[in-house]
Write a protein that binds this ligand. Sequence first.
Ligand code: NAD
Length: 421
Amino acid sequence: MTTSEKKSKKTVWDMTLERLDESMDLLDLSPGLKKYLREPRKVLEVAVTVKMDNGDIDIFKGYRVQHNTNRGPAKGGIRYHQDVSVDEIKALAMLMTWKCAVVGIPFGGAKGGVVVDPSKLSLRELENLTRRYTFELINTIGPKKDIPAPDVNTNSQIMAWIMDTFSIDKGYAVPGVVTGKPIALGGSQGREEATGRGCVYTILSALKVNGIDSTDLDVAIQGFGNVGSNAAKILHDLGFKIVALSDVSGGLYNKKGIDPYDLQKYHKENGVLTGYKKAASMPGEEIFGTNCDILIPAALENQIKRSNADSVKAKFIAEAANAPVTPIADEILDSNGKFLIPDILCNAGGVTVSYFEWVQGNDAYFWSRRKVNLSLRDIMEKAFYSVYKISKDRKVNMRKAANILGIGTVAEAVRLRGIYP
Ligand code: NAD
């Protein structure tokens, strides 16, 4: 963070509210409705008590925030990270609300997190933590109420433990309580790579509306976890060249391109990207200034900020991560003529296939991977063109256009349902 950004001490929640206020001003909303949309419906803090392998007891702070449930059950991932805070979870829950509305799926927004560095836990401790956190949320989550999914440092195994814990409490199997489950437990084909795939569909649409029909383009990606690695592989398969990649350990660059499949093998063995010999190493932050056509932040929030926004050379920025660009950086990128695909559109592929998983589970009828991917493509393209049309009609950038669509849709739902009592 830059000194001025640090000085202003704005959290991701402050920045999310700032963007919300700005977008609500573009919509014709009553002052009361504006107040309503700013507030999460429920903020739960829990003490996650875990018996550690050495026999000691440790306590981790956990959160679950439901921002809005007017259009359907709350939906959103669970993050395990040492920097999790209630403000971060509130912001991410709010983004989920707008995201579900942008892609037109009948969910509200939620997010959960535990303040923990999972790399410091054994597998047994990770399972104990997950089960205890689930137990603390047992009256909050549920297939008709609030449905968690994977996010940073959580995966299908963790979803399986959540499903098992919830099901034991109920006395019967409740697969619909989470999405992103293993296929053997009712997971969906294509969910694992859905966020990366959806991001790629939005990139292809963005290229198209900008008159580019070639895939002979260079790409840089921050983050090589679920989203970053899948986006890299799908783009590579389509003929794009992945020239730079970074993760928490550092960055890699190869002008001739990096094979993400080969890199993934290395990553599986070593747990990090650094040390990979088929590319030059570079400091992780340098990823943003990479000479390339498409830049994909796929790690954490607040990565492109005042201090580095001007160094971005890519014409296209695809926000695979949530909130990776600060509002000040938005203005800089805008004035430099960049085409930004905002998070609530760009990374909505994950929640879209989570929705397919929920539908398949409810119907007890499972789709082919082809059907999942085709349906995902339909939804992502429709959402992209709806946002793009608003951006052209209203003469606003893609972020504001996506907010107009997402916030406007939720505002209409709130207005129609009315305020109880
Ligand atoms: P992940 O845990 O699988 O991967 C995170 C990656 O980010 C790792 O490669 C990690 O090394 C890297 N990273 C962490 N801190 C970093 C830093 N300071 N600098 C550089 N790299 C860093 O997580 P994920 O599921 O791939 O999620 C990534 C982003 O995408 C998050 O913002 C998440 O909220 C968002 N997202 C995820 C999904 C999903 O389906 N998993 C859906 C929508 C949005």
